[in-house]
Design a protein around this ligand. Structure first.
Ligand SMILES: Cc1ncc(COP(=O)(O)O)c(C=O)c1O
Length: 360
């Protein structure tokens, strides 16, 4: 990336966006802050023209390659309002590193992590009043890159637009922790080894829609995804990684190419190891899981992800039957992990890992 200076064009008072006052009604992904960070890419100039501008719509050729061939990568991370009023980012560099790994898989040129991180911090500082203050709320951050060559034909684009938008999001559990019911689909798969499942790119989410619709229509919250080859090995739950507490062992499926390497997944693994727990990244089949539930050996099942942090699973539906995990309530480990991680994120709990970085 060239060493051009970051240009900042602030929104005028008249054009400023309306900020939602009632933080209990924020929901997710509905509100966007005043400014956005942008970068252009061309083969000749590389990444150039770093800038912060008022949030605006794009004008794009209808032939833009992203619209036809899905050459796109994105990230999802959060900034938190600490209990002291300061604003912190959680493992943001790890998200940008994953962004570059996804980009590599999609043949998109990598961004300079330091430059973009610096731009992100300036963007958040400029829009600091958009970082909500109520417990459980945060500022969601969405870095994205799209292929912009106006060209019909399958190849990698030679021009790209990178941007970061942000917006306040509500508490995931406004009424407290609620275990979800999940549905094992034997009809659809999200990803296959050798495909793009380990990249955070739009195609994976498009592939997941039918399964999600099916699960919802049957009254389940999320889909439990099995591997695409044998339809046997558990991979992910909805848009989260999945964990099991079997006897006294914490188990999550290994990263073999079709699973998104979650930042929360990695945080939970590291926390459990520092707590001295037995932790394994190993394959677990749906049959093993159901047998373990029936034998009373599966104590807890939970999903992990930036949006919910920890999402306890109460019921798993497989092959026409509902299976209740233990007593169907939130387990002790799920609750302890949730309290600890969210405690670190708002500065209530000491951060021994160096995950938090103060923005302002
Ligand atoms: C498919 C998928 N799996 C897992 C995750 C969890 O990843 P993270 O913990 O980095 O949010 C996400 C969310 O980003 C996801 O979209």
């Amino acid at each position: 990336m060239s060493e051009e200076r970051l240009r900042i064009r602030k929104v005028s008072r008249e054009k400023a966006r309306k900020r939602p006052r009632d933080e209990s009604k924020l929901g997710f992904g509905q509100f966007f802050s005043d400014h956005m960070f942008l970068l252009d890419y061309s083969t000749e100039k590389g990444w150039h023209r770093p800038r912060i501008e008022p949030y605006h719509t794009f004008s794009l050729s209808p032939a833009a390659m992203v619209l036809h061939y899905g050459q796109e990568v994105f990230e999802g991370l959060k900034a938190y309002r600490g209990e002291n009023g300061a604003i912190y980012l959680f493992r943001a560099r790890d998200n940008l590193a994953r962004f570059n790994r996804s980009s590599k898989r999609l043949c998109v040129p990598e961004i300079g992590v330091d430059r973009v991180y610096d731009g992100l911090k300036k963007l958040i500082a400029l829009d600091q009043k958009w970082v909500p203050r109520s417990p459980g709320t945060s500022l969601y951050i969405r870095p994205t890159v799209i292929a912009t060559d106006p060209f019909l034909g399958v190849r990698a684009s030679s021009t790209y637009l990178f941007y970061i938008i942000t917006g306040p999001v509500g508490a995931y559990y406004p009424e407290g922790f609620n275990p979800v019911s999940i549905y094992v689909t034997d009809k659809y798969v999200r990803a296959v080894r050798g495909g793009i499942g380990e990249a955070k790119t739009s195609g994976n989410y498009a592939a997941s829609l039918m399964g999600q619709v099916e699960a919802k229509s049957l009254g389940y919250t999320q889909v439990l995804w099995l591997d695409g080859i044998e339809r046997k090995w558990i991979e992910e739950v909805g848009t989260m990684n999945i964990f099991f507490l079997v006897d006294d062992e914490v188990i999550t499926p290994p990263l073999t190419g079709s699973i998104l390497p979650g930042i929360t997944r990695d945080s939970v693994l590291r926390i459990c190891r520092t707590w001295g727990m037995k932790v394994s990244e190993k394959p677990i089949s749906i049959d093993e899981l159901i047998a373990g539930i029936q034998a009373g050996r599966v104590k807890e099942v939970f999903g992990t992800g930036t949006a919910a942090v920890i999402s306890p699973v109460g019921i798993i539906h497989s092959k026409g039957k509902n299976h209740q995990v233990a007593d169907g309530k939130t387990g002790k480990l799920s609750q302890k992990l949730f309290d600890y991680l969210t405690g670190i994120q708002v500065g209530r709990v000491k951060d021994p890992f160096g995950w938090m970085d103060r923005v302002i």
